[in-house]
Design a protein around this ligand. Structure first.
Ligand code: PA5
Length: 411
């Protein structure tokens, strides 16, 4: 089971009345009908939708994922962490860089591809652009509009938006992003579940893992350490500790850090408040950002994630007569990772840095599911404590408005 441990000299002092009030407000939020992410683990209807669509498309050799922000980062995280990339080639069209678009499209055979267009609103310019380009490329391969239903799968709001309308007109199979779930909280909907199936990831186990966290938050004893973590973060935030580093000691969790960055930044950065998320991963970032984390301004909370057991390992045995080689010879690669992680943890504590040491037993569906729901729940808790709405993104919308105005005035 995922667990977490605060390693810091900073202690919070909350009255039991304030604590009880926080728990009540928080539980009301999670149970409110407008907020859907917390109840996703038991929504097996969305899993069924994803499986049915997979059955219809599983012969495809290429998977093109079109989407941006919350509509792309979650699936990207799942695939990087757990995906088997041997059977299906994945291409993520998640930006509008023409050179990158060309490179991605040159690596797929559209005739053998499923094109998954993910957009809650159905109007996001980057997503619409990629879809238009793919349709033009399809035309070049003699795929006609009446054949689109054999290639496209859409994922969008159950009722609203241009994608939903197009799906009806073109008879495209369409999966739901429930109306009460926003992009960055949507990874456990068909947004992430459908691509998972093509990558050999078990979506059922992901949801079971998320359910474990759900149950834990109902267990007052375990929930206590969760609420204490939230209060501790809020307290530090108020004292100017307003940056968070997410640093799993795993290359495969690199995209988890990217996903968390969006979740945390877009949910909490409002009204002059928020904690700037810094993505990192160990051991690589020990040779990069760690100097700053260790001896730079003491304004950071460092989430250090340990994967307790790797599923592969290598011996470093060798007979090279040189100090560096001799030092490593008796050990396995995972033991070097352990030494580096423990060393960094000890040094951070010695430097009086604020660390949260998190652990998962293995990098497997169930534990990633736990990490996902835990991260979402913590984000919402901090939103409550900072008194910001974690579910909107007015700043992003403002940027979109100006970009659209520019396009209109230049057309
Ligand atoms: O988390 C969010 O809500 C955003 O990052 C959206 O996912 C992103 O802007 C894409 O929006 P849409 O899914 O409507 O295309």
């Amino acid at each position: 089971m995922l667990n977490w441990n605060v390693r810091s000299a900073h202690k919070t002092n909350t009255s039991s009345e304030d604590y009880r009030r926080l728990v009540t407000i928080y539980q009301e939020t999670l149970n409110s009908p407008e907020i859907g992410f917390f109840r996703l683990p038991e929504n097996r209807e969305l899993l069924k939708q994803s499986k049915d669509a997979y059955e219809a498309m599983k012969h495809k050799k290429y998977f093109i994922h079109i989407g941006i922000g919350g509509s792309a980062l979650g699936p990207d995280m799942l695939l990087k962490a757990l995906g088997d990339h041997s059977a299906v080639h994945f291409a993520f069209l998640n930006n509008i860089d023409p050179d990158d678009m060309k490179r991605s499209l040159s690596q797929v055979n559209l005739k053998e591809a499923v094109v998954y267009v993910v957009s809650k609103s159905g109007t996001t310019a980057e997503t619409v652009a990629a879809m238009a380009i793919v349709m033009n490329e399809m035309e070049k391969c003699s795929i006609t509009k009446d054949q689109f239903k054999d290639y496209f799968v859409f994922c969008t709001d159950p009722e609203k938006g241009d994608l939903r309308k197009l799906a009806k007109d073109w008879n495209i199979r369409t999966l739901d992003i429930p109306a009460n779930i926003g992009g960055r909280f949507s990874v456990l909907t068909p947004v992430g579940l459908f691509p998972s199936l093509f990558a050999g990831i078990d979506p059922h186990d992901l949801l079971t893992g998320a359910q474990d966290i759900q149950k834990h938050l109902y267990d007052p004893k375990i929930a206590e350490s969760f609420f204490e973590l939230g209060l501790w973060i809020k307290d530090l935030h108020d004292q100017g500790v307003n940056q968070t580093v997410m640093m799993p000691y795993s290359s495969l969790l690199q995209e988890y850090s990217a996903w968390f960055t969006q979740l945390w930044a877009e949910s909490l950065g409002k009204n002059g408040k928020g904690l700037t998320p810094i993505p990192a991963y160990g051991a690589t970032d020990q040779h990069s950002q760690m100097q700053l984390f260790m001896e730079g301004p003491s304004n950071k909370i460092i989430f250090l994630i340990e994967v307790e057991n790797f599923q592969s390992d290598y011996s470093m045995r060798n007979t090279v007569d040189a100090e560096g080689f001799k030092l490593l010879a008796p050990f396995k690669l995972s033991e070097l990772m352990k030494a580096e992680r423990e060393g960094t943890l000890a040094a951070l504590q010695e430097n009086k840095r604020h660390v949260v040491h998190m652990k998962i037993p293995y990098l497997k569906e169930q534990y990633l599911g736990q990490l996902i729901l835990f991260s979402e729940c913590l984000t919402v808790l901090i939103g409550k404590l900072l008194e910001v709405d974690p579910f909107n993104q007015p700043g992003v919308e403002a940027g979109k408005k100006y970009a659209n105005a520019w396009l209109k005035s230049h057309s």
